[in-house]
Design a protein around this ligand. Structure first.
Ligand SMILES: Nc1ncnc2c1ncn2[C@@H]1O[C@H](COP(=O)(O)OP(=O)(O)OP(=O)(O)O)[C@@H](O)[C@H]1O
Ligand SMILES: [Mg+2]
Length: 226
C-alpha cells in the first residue's frame, strides 16, 4: 500500500483539486484508493458528497491519520490519498510521517513558490520523498511553457526542490468536473485536463515504484531538480 500526501502551507494551491482528480483517475474496485480528508474545511468531503457514489471511500481525520492508514493496510487498499489543511498543524506532520511520497502543489507565483519552503523542510526532516507540482499554470503556447512557470522553476531550483517537469494548467474543466463530483476523465475523457492528470499520475506512479525499489530512480520526479 502506498500513501500519497498532498500538502502545502499555502491556501488555494490545489491540494484538494489534485487529490480529487487523481483519486477519480486511479480508483478501481480491484485496486481501491482510500481518501482521507484531514482538512476541517472539508473541500474533498464536499466533492465526495457531490459524487454520491462512495467510490472511492472517504474518511475524515482531525488529529491524526496513523490509525486510519494502518486499518487501510489491513483492509487491502492499494492507495491512500490524504488531503491536508494549509498549515503545519500536527495532523499535517502526522500525514507526512505516514507518507510514501508527498506532492506539494504550487501555483507559479512569487508568494506561492516562497510558501512551499516550509513544507519542503518538513518533508526533508521526515526524510520523505516529495515533489512540487506546478498547478494552475497558464496554458502552454506552441508547446512552450509560460514565462511565469519558467521563473517559478528557477526559484524552486534555488531551494534544490524536485519539481515535476509537466504542469497542471488552469482549466475551467477541472473546476466544472469537481462541481459535478467527477474527475477530469469522467467529465471529458478526451480533454486536455484529463491528459494532464493522467501524465501527473504516471509520474507519481513512476516515483513510487522507484521509492519501493522496483525500478530505477532515474528521471523519477522526486529526484528531478527544477
Ligand atoms: N488547475 C486548476 N485549474 C482551475 N482551477 C483550479 C486549479 N487548481 C485549483 N483550482 C481551483 O482553485 C481553488 C483552490 O484550489 P484547492 O481548493 O484545490 O486548493 P487547496 O490547496 O486545497 O486550498 P486550501 O489550502 O484552502 O485547502 C478551487 O476553487 C479550485 O477548484
Ligand atoms: Mg484544500
Amino acid at each position: 500500500m502506498n500513501v500519497i500526501v498532498f500538502a502545502s502551507r499555502k491556501g488555494g494551491s490545489g491540494k484538494s483539486t489534485l487529490t480529487a482528480h487523481l483519486a477519480a483517475h486511479v480508483h478501481t474496485t480491484s485496486k481501491p484508493c482510500l481518501l482521507i480528508d484531514a482538512d476541517p474545511q472539508g473541500s474533498l468531503t464536499l466533492w465526495h458528497k457531490l459524487r454520491g457514489t462512495n467510490e472511492p471511500q472517504l474518511k475524515p481525520a482531525t488529529r491524526s491519520v496513523g490509525e486510519i492508514v494502518a486499518q487501510a493496510k489491513r483492509d487491502g487498499y492499494e492507495w491512500v490519498f490524504i488531503d491536508t489543511p494549509p498549515n503545519m498543524s500536527p495532523v499535517v506532520e502526522d500525514a507526512i510521517r505516514n507518507a510514501t511520497m508527498v506532492i506539494i502543489p504550487a501555483r507559479p507565483g512569487v508568494f506561492d513558490v516562497n510558501a512551499v519552503q516550509e513544507t519542503i523542510q518538513t518533508c526533508r526532516a521526515a526524510r520523505k520523498p516529495y515533489a512540487v507540482v506546478m498547478n494552475g499554470a497558464p496554458a502552454l503556447r506552441d508547446e512552450n511553457e509560460s514565462r511565469l512557470v519558467t521563473i517559478a522553476r528557477a526559484a524552486l531550483a534555488q531551494f534544490k526542490a524536485p519539481v515535476w517537469s509537466g504542469q497542471i494548467t488552469n482549466r475551467a474543466d477541472l473546476l466544472l468536473a469537481l462541481g459535478s463530483g467527477e474527475g477530469a476523465r469522467e467529465y471529458a475523457s478526451e480533454g486536455r485536463a484529463a491528459s494532464e492528470i493522467s501524465r501527473l499520475w504516471a509520474a507519481i506512479e513512476r516515483s513510487v515504484k522507484a521509492i519501493r525499489g522496483s525500478s530505477s530512480a532515474n528521471g523519477a520526479m522526486h529526484k528531478q531538480a527544477a
